[in-house]
Design a protein around this ligand. Structure first.
Ligand SMILES: Cc1ncc(C[n+]2csc(CCOP(=O)(O)OP(=O)(O)O)c2C)c(N)n1
Ligand SMILES: [Mg+2]
Length: 449
């Protein structure tokens, strides 16, 4: 009894207090030698762990630095090999045929849309584009494991998530054309999609801004107890921003239901990963923040699915952040403003395109089960290309949004200053209308406020 009380006191109080309490309790309860020796034992055990409030560590008398090459690195989880064979049967998520075919169709539709929009930029029909080549597995595997109501914050190379959630081809095209049907009213550069209906927050160009914002949203979800989580996507390059640190630390300390999904595609524009960091990638940082972390083969869509499913479970059930680092490769140029042949070899790109592509791996998996063949492939290719070309033509024909919409939505109601600016611009445009292609712009009939 006395020793039980003693050890409780020892765990509840800090050292100097324990010391004095120890003596008091031994005087009160000690039946002699036995009690005293137990209390002495507790006392020395307690001495073994430091009491600093900032760590959970033990004492050591060995002068030793912790080196970054202490271990081999976090392993890369996979389900399939390159030929689509499942390596360990119990890791196959056994998704129904219909779902796997939908995954494949989303990945290939994205790939075909990328080809057409990339070419259209080259022809001067849209101003800018970013392809998703080689990263389709990270998008579709992760999106398929989320609840459609989970909130997604993207960086800019995650169009596949929208594809999976059913964002219509027309909406992609309208955004890239910045026409009058664009949900963003033509205010953003191409690929800066956003849709409230599909719970996808509008992309913003400055790197890393989405990370702390996503944590804030996850904290709000926790308070609302809505059983949902937030998925925040970013590139390994963006993880070098200070915002990433702030986000990781806030999410861990505030215990938020968020999945940080890093696409490690080997480059931040022209900077390869070996110049970006010295540690074990991005997943290696997680444990230091107190975040459960995992690394996955991003070109294995089933592995990404399994990891995201498990991450979502942890985030939602335990209100905890999870960090997923999906290893993949950016096969395309960074954007239409980049020529990657200036900083990487054609052979390197060819390897990923021909040997380790997420689309061919999933096709092999489906073919092994008799779910896909050449005839189906040919038919789907033709049909998807036609759908994209038709949608593309529709978007191109549309007018640009009313230019006066530049002034709206900055504030809930237009300020007097903004109203003045809009009026001045109206006067200017009407005075010099011969110099502006005003006929290409829609005219809003509803009053602007
Ligand atoms: C704050 C900020 N700094 C720099 C840039 C310019 N920039 C745009 S994309 C990019 C590289 C990002 O690389 P990564 O996060 O790995 O994404 P990836 O393009 O590889 O998908 C840079 C430096 C920016 N948009 N914002
Ligand atoms: Mg990158």
């Amino acid at each position: 009894m006395a020793s039980r009380i003693l050890s409780r006191v020892l765990t509840l109080n800090n050292f100097p207090k324990q010391h004095s309490k120890l003596q008091t309790f031994s005087n009160l309860f000690s039946p002699g030698h036995r009690a005293l020796s137990t209390s002495t034992k507790c006392f020395s055990l307690e001495q073994e762990r430091p009491k600093f409030p900032g760590s959970k560590a033990k004492w050591t008398e060995k002068l030793e630095f912790v080196h970054s090459d202490l271990y081999d690195g976090i392993p890369v989880y996979r389900v399939m090999d390159r030929s689509g064979q499942v390596l360990q049967a119990d890791q196959d998520p056994q998704l129904p045929e219909e779902m796997v075919v939908k995954m494949y169709k989303s990945m290939t539709l994205l790939n075909t849309m990328d080809k057409i929009l990339y070419e259209s930029q080259r022809q001067g029909r849209i101003s800018f584009y970013m392809t998703n080549y080689g990263e389709e597995g990270t998008h579709i595997g992760s999106a398929a494991a989320l609840d459609p109501a989970d909130l997604v914050y993207g960086q800019y190379r995650e169009a596949g998530i929208l594809m999976w959630r059913g964002f219509p081809l027309d909406s992609f095209m309208n955004q890239c054309y910045g026409n009058e049907l664009d949900l963003g009213k033509g205010r953003q550069m191409p690929v800066h999609y956003g849709t409230k209906e599909l719970n996808f927050v509008t992309i913003s160009s400055p790197l890393g801004t989405q990370l702390p914002q996503a944590v804030g949203a996850a904290y709000a979800y926790k308070r609302a107890q809505n059983g949902l989580c937030v998925a925040c996507y970013f590139g390994e390059g963006a993880a070098s921003e200070g915002d990433a640190h702030a986000a990781f630390n806030f999410s861990a300390t505030l215990e938020c239901p968020i999945i940080f999904f890093c696409r490690n595609n080997g480059y931040a524009i022209s900077t390869p990963t070996n110049e970006q960091y010295r540690g074990d990638g991005i997943a290696g940082r997680g444990p230091a923040y107190g975040i459960s972390s995992i690394r996955v083969d991003g070109n294995d869509v089933l592995a990404v699915y399994n990891v995201m499913k498990a991450a979502r479970d942890t985030a939602v059930r335990e209100n905890r952040p999870v960090l997923v680092e999906a290893m993949t490769y950016r096969i395309g140029h960074h954007s239409t403003s980049d020529d990657s042949s200036a900083y990487r070899s054609v052979d390197e790109v060819r390897f990923w395109d021909s040997t380790d592509h997420p689309i061919s791996r999933l096709r092999n998996y489906m073919a092994l089960r008799g779910w896909w063949d050449e005839a189906k492939e040919g038919e789907w290719k033709k049909q998807s290309k036609t759908n994209i070309m038709e949608s593309f033509a529709r978007a191109e024909k549309k007018l640009k949004p009313d230019w006066r919409l530049l002034f709206t939505d900055v504030y809930e109601k237009m300020t007097p200053g903004l109203k003045d600016q809009m009026r001045e611009m109206e006067e200017h445009v009407s005075k010099y209308k011969d110099h502006y292609p005003v006929q290409n712009y829609a005219k809003t009939t509803t009053p602007l406020e």
